[in-house]
Design a protein around this ligand. Structure first.
Ligand SMILES: [Zn+2]
Length: 405
């Protein structure tokens, strides 16, 4: 869990002097050489250092030293504190002055501890642990060092790691960080963010420069979400530099993220040229009007929050019918109560209907019909319906209908 707060972080500033400690256990040996890891972290053409330098527009880098592999006793199951203190002890014994380094990276023999992770770090801490990442892919290093700088995971509706436009998701390689993280780290200063705070009821057009390079121009739009502490963050991705591995869904598109203070970032949408993205409440709309090699031209509408409930569902009717499923000898005939009603109206659209049966909420359906097949003989059933819009406003109950003996 993050203890740092987005948009106020200063921990990401400057060159991070880093000691990388290669470790053996008595029964398993390190597989990566000192020169492989030096190339991966510091000196290679796509090193972690170059990755962070490019992402931060020169504000953060990693310089330092990789030790020869040194042997420590294998700690009890995945005990990070014991692992780091044993690693520190052998490094000190070998002549390294730990006080000269802001970050320490402990590289284990792969899968030797069966911890279930490929890397681990304390958020905002100075220690990073690498288990099984191979000797040339810097993704796990970049991800764990991101935690140590204070960043949280890049999520989406698909899962905690499901924003593949950010190394804090699970992209398998190193695309750039998303706009939420670049802003949180202070790499995109407030002078390059259009903040639409207090602009409810506004239509605005912005020319947003791409996120990848140090363009001295607007690089993000922040839209506070009324009634929450979250905001939407818009950015334009072009797949330049390290971002060239960005998947096609994000290329030449506006990415829409949602985040609050100190929470994970959530990818909620992407918008290609000519497309429109509307948030579920209907209160925020973004269109990518046009784009070129440097800029995406966006049109944004921020409306007042929806406080109007849908109209009451009318004409609720119930009928008993039989439904046959399957064929031939496997056919099953079931008696159901078929409910139907007239769709409700709402200024921004009805999302779903709540069905009450015998006084309790029974189920939720997207459209204006439902077959109830969970019936007991001799029972009588009374139904009422309510409509719900995308902002959660709920209509009054429909008139009831009763079916029964
Ligand atoms: Zn992580």
């Amino acid at each position: 869990m993050s203890s740092s707060t987005y948009e106020t972080s200063t921990v990401g500033a400057g060159v991070q002097k880093t000691l990388v400690i290669l470790l053996n256990f008595p029964t398993s040996k390190q597989v990566c050489t000192k020169s492989q890891v030096d190339s991966l972290m510091f000196s290679g053409s796509s090193s972690v250092n170059k990755y962070y330098q490019e992402n931060s527009f020169g504000k953060v880098g990693f310089q330092g030293t990789v030790t020869e592999a040194m042997t420590i006793a294998a700690p009890a199951y995945c005990d990070l504190n014991s692992l780091s203190s044993s690693g520190d002890a052998v490094a000190t014994q070998a002549g390294y002055d730990l006080n000269l380094f802001q970050k320490r990276v402990y590289v284990l023999p792969p899968n030797s501890l069966k911890c279930g992770w490929t890397g681990a770090a304390f958020t905002g801490g100075n220690k990073v642990f690498i288990d099984s990442s191979g000797c040339s892919n810097s993704m796990v290093y970049a991800h764990e060092l991101g935690h140590s700088l204070g960043m949280n995971h890049a999520s989406s509706a698909g899962g905690e790691y499901a924003d593949h436009s950010d190394v804090m998701g699970d992209p398998s390689s190193t695309p750039h960080f998303n706009s939420v993280h670049k802003i949180a780290m202070g790499w995109i200063p407030s002078s390059r963010i259009a903040n639409m705070s207090g602009m409810v009821g506004t239509i605005a057009d912005y020319r947003v420069a791409h996120l990848e390079q140090d363009v001295n121009d607007l690089q993000a739009v922040k839209v506070p979400i009324v009634g929450t502490t979250d905001s939407y963050y818009l950015s334009y991705r072009r797949g330049l530099g390290f971002d060239s591995i960005l998947s096609s869904g994000f290329l030449d598109s506006i990415s829409v993220h949602r985040a609050g203070l100190g929470t994970r970032s959530y990818l909620v949408g992407t918008v290609k040229a000519g497309e429109v993205w509307i948030d579920p409440t209907g209160a925020f709309k973004v269109q990518l009007l046009s784009r070129d090699t440097t800029y995406g031209n966006v049109h944004i509408e921020v409306s007042t929050p929806d406080v109007t409930a849908p109209s009451v569902p009318l004409n609720l009717q119930a009928s008993v019918k039989t439904v046959t499923s399957g064929k031939g000898r496997r056919a099953v005939t079931t008696t159901v109560i078929h409910l139907s009603w007239s769709s409700s109206n709402d200024d921004r659209g009805v999302q779903k209907y709540l069905i009450e049966r015998n006084g309790i909420l029974y189920t939720v359906v997207p459209g204006a019909a439902f077959d109830d097949s969970y019936l007991l003989q001799g029972m009588s059933y009374t139904y009422r319906i309510q409509a719900v819009d995308y902002s959660g406003n709920i209509s009054d109950y429909s008139l009831p209908v009763t079916v029964g003996p």
